[in-house]
Ligand binder design. Structure first.
Ligand SMILES: C[S@@+](CC[C@H](N)C(=O)[O-])C[C@H]1O[C@@H](n2cnc3c(N)ncnc32)[C@H](O)[C@@H]1O
Length: 274
């Protein structure tokens, strides 16, 4: 595993803590990152009025909210996330959408099934057992139902982690801990490998679309990328008095490298349950 990715990959408890702490910044980053990604992912699901949808790892609703608008009041979106603050934000953001039900739960043990569509934007790579968790999600679609599962493409977001790691080291004198094991998603984050992996999970008619996105790294957005995402987990061990210095070193590091854009390309995998 390379060093920048080790910053991005927190353990399960750290990841949960990171998303809990990040909820407000997560929403602020959403306009630039999560919402454009969620909108394209939802368009791949071809949702129809009246359909029943499971949105797994919903965050603050980047894909659940547009899905709820498309299925309308005769439809249903069960939006599930581990993080209480995320679900709280989503509840507030979706007050005018009674068809969207926000649940705080571990979706890998969600039991309601028979959905027309199961979707997850950037959620499945968080599962401790990515293959088993994804198979569970697919099993919750009705036979013939669709699954739309989005992951980062190889290399996406990594540069932000590299600059953050450098900044934490400069500000504290201690580099953040590095994981040694590659995460399962790193083996499948290209089109062909993702197609094959989704077929192995039991999907048919599999397609993987590349959704290219380059995030303009204004100082505000560049810091939201850290504060409003899983990268925030790396800040948890930084002493409070060093946080401002981390931010300044991080922004300076981006400037020194002339980094005006961050690759935020995703792979949107879709298919049908047999
Ligand atoms: C990168 S965020 C994506 C959120 C949202 N889908 C979006 O696109 O804005 C990943 C989310 O997965 C949630 N998550 C991780 N593991 C989960 C699990 N087992 N069950 C439910 N939610 C989970 C986290 O709390 C976090 O909100």
């Amino acid at each position: 595993m390379n060093s920048e990715d080790s910053v991005r990959c927190a353990g399960r408890t750290e990841l949960r803590g990171a998303f809990d702490a990040a909820a407000a910044d997560f929403t602020a980053l959403g306009r630039h990152l999560w919402e454009p990604i969620g909108a394209v992912a939802v368009s791949m699901a071809c949702l129809q009025p009246g359909e029943r949808v499971l949105d797994a790892c919903c965050g603050t609703g980047a894909s659940a909210i547009p899905a709820a608008r498309l299925v309308g009041r005769r439809g249903l979106v069960d939006a599930v996330d581990l993080s209480e603050p995320m679900i709280g934000e989503l509840w507030w953001l979706s007050k005018d959408l009674p068809q969207l039900r926000a649940h705080r739960a571990d979706v890998t043990s969600w039991t309601a099934g028979g959905y027309d569509v199961v979707q997850s934007a950037l959620g499945i790579s968080c599962f401790p057992d990515m293959a088993a968790g994804t198979e569970h999600l697919i099993s919750l679609a009705r036979p013939g139902g669709r699954a739309v599962l989005t992951i980062w493409r190889d290399g996406a977001m990594l540069a932000a982690g590299r600059h953050l790691r450098r900044a934490i080291t400069e500000a504290t004198g201690v580099p953040p801990p590095q994981s040694r094991e590659p995460r399962p998603v790193e083996r499948i984050n290209q089109v062909d490998s993702y197609v094959a992996w989704l077929r192995e999970r039991g999907l048919v008619d599999v397609e993987v679309a590349v959704n290219r996105l380059a995030l303009t790294m204004t100082p505000e957005v560049a810091w939201l990328v850290i504060a409003g995402s899983g990268f925030r987990g790396a800040l948890a061990k930084v002493p409070a008095h060093a946080l401002d210095a981390v931010r300044e070193f991080y922004l300076a590091s981006l400037r020194d490298e002339g980094m005006a854009e961050l690759d935020a390309t995703t792979l949107i995998g879709s298919g049908r349950r047999c």
